[in-house]
Design a protein around this ligand. Structure first.
Ligand code: UD1
Length: 368
């Protein structure tokens, strides 16, 4: 022992990748036969969208930073591919690990496949069956190219099998994002974040909104805001605003919030621990994020997802998630039910136990 026999290149690009890569990097660093290097594409670059998560989750500084920044889908994807190809040709890793479904995931998957480096996809097989969603395209292509597909739920395995993926490539391992949550839950719980925002535990809603389908269409965004104006009369809403959404609100002259809604409180994006603390103590979480549907399921906090579909159906069938779409009446009705004490109970999905990264790394070591 002691000799490096597996050289892994881990990839991150956007905020939701960071909580997924953290436990993988940590687990890989425990093994002397693994040499892991971390590449950040720079898809997300603001400190509060990237650096704060490195600091809080103890992710080492990236070995390579591509600095691609924002752009159209094609521009962003292409810039990552050009930069990543050079890195791959220079470093020749034994395996590339990509996580999630963002444009960086797709770009690095295509590049690895073309250069001929084996590709592992963590969080494979999730499908919303909605190809208007950019992430669905990213998931389909990444999974079609991956040599190892690590899944978080049985429904993901079924999706992959239906698409003709060789069962030998599919490994149901659990959820690395939940590894991170379980690891940091107690630390987050004691931060007193609700009080810092003048909120009482159990008596506020936490909101996130950033899907293009919700925020890029003025009619839909206005409808959602209408519902929020009503809700905040009964329950204060804390709204950490994603930069994409901030841009849209600026276009509508709403960057300071809505004059008629002083209890819809817009704040800057938060770090991981503060956000986790706020989720844990919320009466309800309203969101269009993917990951938050899973995190609320583990925390047992009611989640209303402002989308028509989800690639994470287990959060509905087993967890606390309800799909409410973007119809203001429906959103309001579901919040009122929760205010009346009728919230959905859930259970913890299989293998969401804090050990997914260990399982993945054990499989990677054997694969080599
Ligand atoms: C991306 C992912 C999405 C994920 C989300 C989480 C894709 C297709 N989408 O969406 O799946 O849920 O991240 O945050 O990959 N911006 C900043 N600072 C930053 C990053 C972005 O100001 O650090 C602004 C820019 O104006 C940019 C816009 O946000 O144009 C959107 O960023 P982008 O990376 O294109 O997509 P997201 O909406 O963040």
């Amino acid at each position: 022992m002691g000799e490096v026999s597996l050289r892994v290149l881990n990839v991150v690009g956007a905020r939701p990748n960071l909580m997924k890569i953290a436990p993988l990097v940590e687990e890989m660093r425990r093994w002397r036969d693994i040499e892991q290097r971390l590449l950040h594409t720079g898809q997300h670059y603001d400190d509060n969208m990237s650096q704060v998560f490195f600091d809080e989750l103890g992710i080492p500084r990236p070995d390579v930073y591509l600095g691609v920044g924002s752009g159209s889908h094609a521009e962003q994807t292409a810039r990552v591919m050009i930069g990543f190809e050079q890195v791959l040709l220079r470093e020749q890793p034994d395996v590339v690990v990509v996580v999630g479904d963002v444009n960086s995931t797709l770009a690095c998957a295509i590049t690895a496949a073309k250069v001929g480096v084996p590709l592992a996809h963590v969080e494979a097989g999730l499908r919303s069956f909605d190809r208007t969603m950019p992430e669905e395209i990213n998931r389909l292509v990444t999974d079609a190219l991956a040599d190892l597909l690590f899944t978080t739920s049985r429904d993901a395995d079924e999706n992959l099998l239906r698409e003709g993926v060789d069962p030998k490539k599919i490994f149901f391992v659990g959820n690395v994002m939940i590894d991170t949550l379980l690891r940091h839950r107690e630390r987050a719980r004691s931060l007193g974040t609700p009080a810092r925002f003048g909120l009482q535990p159990g008596h506020y809603a936490l909101l996130t909104l950033h899907r293009p389908s919700n925020v890029d269409d003025p009619k839909i965004l206005h409808g959602i805001l209408e519902a929020l104006v009503e809700i905040q009369r009964e329950l204060p809403i804390l709204f950490p605003v994603h930069p994409r959404t901030a841009g849209r609100l600026r276009e509508f002259g709403l960057e300071g919030g809505l004059p008629a809604a002083s209890d819809l409180r817009l704040i800057e994006p938060l770090g991981y621990l503060e956000f986790l603390d706020l989720m844990m103590h919320a009466l309800v979480v309203l969101t269009d994020s993917g990951g938050i549907q899973e995190e609320t399921t583990i925390l047992g906090i009611p989640c209303l997802t402002l989308r028509e579909n989800t690639e994470r159906p287990i959060t509905v069938t087993e967890g606390t998630n309800i799909l409410v779409g973007s119809d203001p009446g429906r959103i309001l009705a579901e919040v009122r039910r929760i205010l009346n004490g009728e919230s959905k109970a859930g259970r913890i999905p299989e293998l969401w136990d804090g050990h997914a990264a260990q399982r993945i790394v054990a499989i990677l070591r054997q694969y080599n």
